[in-house]
Ligand binder design. Structure first.
Ligand code: 0WD
Length: 254
C-alpha cells in the first residue's frame, strides 16, 4: 500500500459492510489514512459507528444529506475544522425511486427524473465545490459510476441517464479543478449485491451475465473496488484525471 499516514479522506455513502464505499474505506485505512464518514440520516449513524470500530484508527462521523446545499457546505467546514486539509473524497452516493428501476424507461416521472439526477449526479459537483478551499494541493476525488450510463442496460433506466450525467460531470470537474491540482475520476464498478443494487429490477441476471460472459468470468468484490479506489485517491495515480476506470472483470469491452 502507498502510505496515506497523516492524510484525511472523506468517505460518503457507507450504509453497511456491503457498501462499495466500505471497501474503499478499508483500503484507505490499510494505507494509514484518517477517515471522515458522512451518512444520510440519524438512523444510519449508530450502525456506521459500529462498523468503524473495525478500522485501525478512530474515524469521525458527520451527517450530510446531499439534497441540501446547506448540509453539504456545513459538513465540509466542520470536517476541515476537525481535521485540517482534505486529501481526497470518495463519493459513493446514488438514489432513484425503485419504481423507475423496472419496466419501461419512458414511464419515469418528472419528479423521479429530477430526484435521481439531483442525488446521483449533481451531488458530486456540489460536494467538490463545497470542499474547494479545503483540498490539499494534490487532492483526489472519486465517484462510483456504472456501465448503464454508457450503454443501455435493462431496468437501469433513469439511473443510466444519471450516470451519464455523472460521467460528464467528472470530465468537466477534472478540467476545472485541475487548475488547482485536484484530480477527479470515476470507478465504473461491475454489479455488486448491495442495498442500492436490490432496487434494480432483475439484478440477479445482471450478476449472472458477468459470470457467463465477462473476460474474467467472475463478479467483482468491494475489496477490488477498494484497491482501485486507493490507487485513484493516492499519488499512485498522480497523472490520471477525468478518467472512468472500469473495475468490472472486463465486461465493458464486450
Ligand atoms: O452494483 C452496484 N452495487 C454498483 C453500484 C455498480 C456500479 C456503481 N454503483 C454505485 C452506486 O450507483 C452508487 O453511486 O456505487 C455507489 C454506491 O452504491 P452501493 O455501495 O451499491 O450502495 P449502498 O451501500 O446502498 O450505498 C449508497 C448510499 C445510500 O444507500 P441507500 O440504499 O440508502 O440509498 O448512498 C447514500 C445512502 O447511504 N445516499 C445518500 N447520501 C447522502 N444524501 C443520499 C442522500 N440524499 N441518498 C442515498
Amino acid at each position: 500500500y502507498p502510505s496515506l499516514e497523516g492524510k484525511t479522506y472523506v468517505v460518503m455513502g457507507v450504509i453497511n459492510q456491503r457498501s462499495i464505499a466500505w471497501g474503499i474505506a478499508r483500503a484507505l485505512d490499510a494505507a494509514g489514512a484518517s477517515l471522515a464518514f458522512t451518512y444520510v440520516g440519524e438512523r444510519f449513524k449508530a450502525p456506521l459507528e459500529k462498523l468503524g470500530q473495525e478500522l485501525s484508527r478512530p474515524a469521525s462521523y458527520y451527517t450530510c444529506d446531499v439534497t441540501s446545499d446547506e448540509e453539504i457546505n456545513q459538513v465540509f467546514q466542520t470536517i476541515h475544522a476537525d481535521h485540517g486539509k482534505i486529501s481526497g473524497i470518495a463519493h459513493s452516493i446514488a438514489f432513484a425511486d425503485k419504481e423507475a428501476l423496472r419496466g419501461e424507461f419512458s414511464d419515469v416521472t418528472r419528479e423521479q427524473f429530477a430526484q435521481a439526477l439531483d442525488i446521483s449526479a449533481f451531488s458530486l459537483t456540489a460536494v467538490v465545490k463545497a470542499a474547494k478551499d479545503f483540498f490539499t494541493e494534490d487532492a483526489s476525488v472519486i465517484t462510483l459510476t456504472y456501465l448503464g450510463g454508457e450503454k443501455m442496460v435493462p431496468n437501469y433506466n433513469v439511473m443510466g441517464v444519471a450516470k451519464a450525467a455523472l460521467d460528464a460531470s467528472v470530465r468537466y470537474l477534472a478540467a476545472e479543478y485541475g487548475k488547482q491540482g485536484v484530480r477527479v475520476n470515476a470507478i465504473s464498478a461491475g454489479p455488486i449485491r448491495t442495498v442500492s443494487a436490490k432496487g434494480v429490477g432483475d439484478f440477479n441476471s445482471i450478476l449472472e451475465s458477468i459470470e457467463e460472459r465477462a473476460p474474467l468470468h467472475r463478479n467483482v468484490t468491494t475489496e477490488q473496488i477498494g484497491h482501485s479506489g486507493l490507487f485513484l485517491l493516492s499519488q499512485m495515480s498522480s497523472g490520471v484525471t477525468g478518467e472512468i476506470l472500469h473495475v468490472d472483470s472486463g465486461f465493458h469491452i464486450l
